[in-house]
Design a protein around this ligand. Structure first.
Ligand SMILES: Nc1ncnc2c1ncn2[C@@H]1O[C@H](COP(=O)(O)OP(=O)(O)OP(=O)(O)O)[C@@H](O)[C@H]1O
Ligand SMILES: [Mg+2]
Length: 408
């Protein structure tokens, strides 16, 4: 059975992670390699030092290559940051006279029509994801292929990003000998890894609490309806602790990981923890209630910012499957409870499901974006009609050309 490798590169603010998946002809994605390195040269989700960022990527890629026993070249990379924007756009086309049946090519054309909009300065389109179609003014059609029509309309979810950060990401990859074959906005990748099809249909909000940003994607009727980013995450919690306890960021991070809790009522009354002194100062003992009292308002604020942004979307009122949390920041004890309070909806922690291979290695919220990137890459290959390697190479070149066009 022939198989093919898909590589996910998650260039986060705190860590770079790389996963290598083997995509078999029967549609399974098996994880065969993984690598991770602390992110250097990245600030607030944006590359600020090409050399440092390249060294981090190289370190993670080398580990993954070694484990998988393959050389990595084409990658499906994550993109995030406060510069991301998203909105819906409408495309309309008339079917050619003499042919009145919608084809896959028409779907491409109508999606392309929805992309023909004036973008804010220096923004580039990362995704254009069709939501619903209208055939001869009959709305709410999910799959119009094969239908008789004279006119086809599409509502399309568009995600854009600032050109400069994307260009820098490409530079880092090029310097590391990698080629980006596809880019996926973080929460869309995470959602692919943790949401079930049923949740995507019923209505579900995926919230990825990362290091410096928290991103979200809202699904309903099996498709993305809204997405966005707020500029706060796990690092904001750590910084608050460092200020509140008058200690360093590394001490605050350790305390957060070992004793942090997002909801004050979950911290034990009597539980205490030692805070190492900074400089010549003596270590102090504090109650974990104090940690929780610092952490709770920030986590509440993060979820409130997300709710404020996405709450105005009409689909927000249709979240039959509630909220799913992903990202490293969601692993803080009590996050589910805080989210339930803020959103007033049922919340669960997302875990990457249905993985073969090294699943025990990546069964953690910090890897969900990487796993989603792999599955996304696998989907794209499968969407080429399960064609042979030649088709897949053609698709890769098509995507590379599209990526290159972003900056031409
Ligand atoms: N067990 C844990 N408990 C609490 N916080 C955690 C835990 N594990 C990781 N984190 C926090 O998660 C954050 C990093 O999350 P993640 O790895 O998803 O971010 P990233 O992808 O590097 O960043 P971003 O998505 O913002 O670019 C850090 O702030 C870290 O402190
Ligand atoms: Mg992330």
């Amino acid at each position: 059975m022939s198989s093919e490798f898909v590589v996910g590169l998650d260039m986060g603010t705190t860590a770079v992670s790389v996963l290598v998946g083997e995509f078999t002809a029967d549609g399974e994605t098996r994880i065969v390699g993984a690598g991770a390195a602390p992110a250097r040269g990245v600030k607030k989700g944006v590359i600020v030092n090409i050399d440092e960022a390249s060294a981090s990527v190289r370190e993670a890629v080398s580990q993954a290559e070694h484990m998988a026993g393959v050389e990595i070249r084409g990658v499906c990379a994550s993109v995030s940051g406060p510069h991301i924007r998203s909105f819906s756009s409408r495309g309309v086309i008339a079917l050619p006279a003499g042919r009145r049946e919608v084809t896959a090519r028409d779907i491409e054309k109508v999606t392309e029509a929805a992309r023909s909009i004036t973008l804010p300065f220096n923004q580039e389109i990362v995704h254009s994801l069709p939501q619903d179609f209208a055939v001869d003014s009959h709305p709410g059609i999910r799959d119009p292929i094969g239908m008789s029509a004279m006119r086809l309309e599409a509502e399309v979810h568009i995600v854009t990003a600032l050109g400069m950060p994307l260009e820098n990401m490409m530079k880092v990859c090029k310097k590391t000998g990698l080629e980006i074959v596809d880019m996926v906005f973080d929460p869309i990748a995470s959602a692919r890894a943790v949401l079930t099809r049923e949740e995507m249909n019923l209505g579900c909000l995926l919230v990825d609490v990362g290091g410096s940003v928290t991103s979200y994607a809202l699904y309903h009727g099996g498709t993305v309806r809204a997405s966005g980013v707020v500029a706060a995450g796990g690092v904001s919690v750590t910084n608050d602790l460092a200020i509140g306890l008058r200690s360093s960021a590394s001490v605050a991070e350790q305390l957060k990981l070992s004793h942090g809790v997002a909801l004050a009522s979950l911290a034990g009354e009597e539980e205490k923890v030692m805070v190492p002194g900074v400089g010549e100062r003596e270590p102090r003992e504090i109650r974990t209630q104090i940690l929780a009292a610092i952490i709770e308002p920030r986590t509440e604020e993060i979820f409130t910012m997300v709710k404020k942004q996405v709450g105005a979307d009409p689909y927000y009122r249709l979240l039959g499957a509630g909220i799913v949390l992903a990202g490293g920041g969601s692993q803080l004890r009590g996050m589910v409870e805080v989210a339930e309070e803020v959103f007033d909806l049922p919340v669960r922690l997302g875990r990457a499901a249905n993985l073969m291979g090294l699943s025990e290695l990546v069964d953690s919220a910090g890897w969900t974006t990487g796993v989603g990137l792999l599955l996304w890459g696998g989907d794209r290959i499968a969407a080429q009609g399960g064609g042979g390697p030649a088709d897949r190479v053609r698709w890769m070149f098509h995507r590379i050309k599209q990526m290159a066009n972003l900056f031409s």
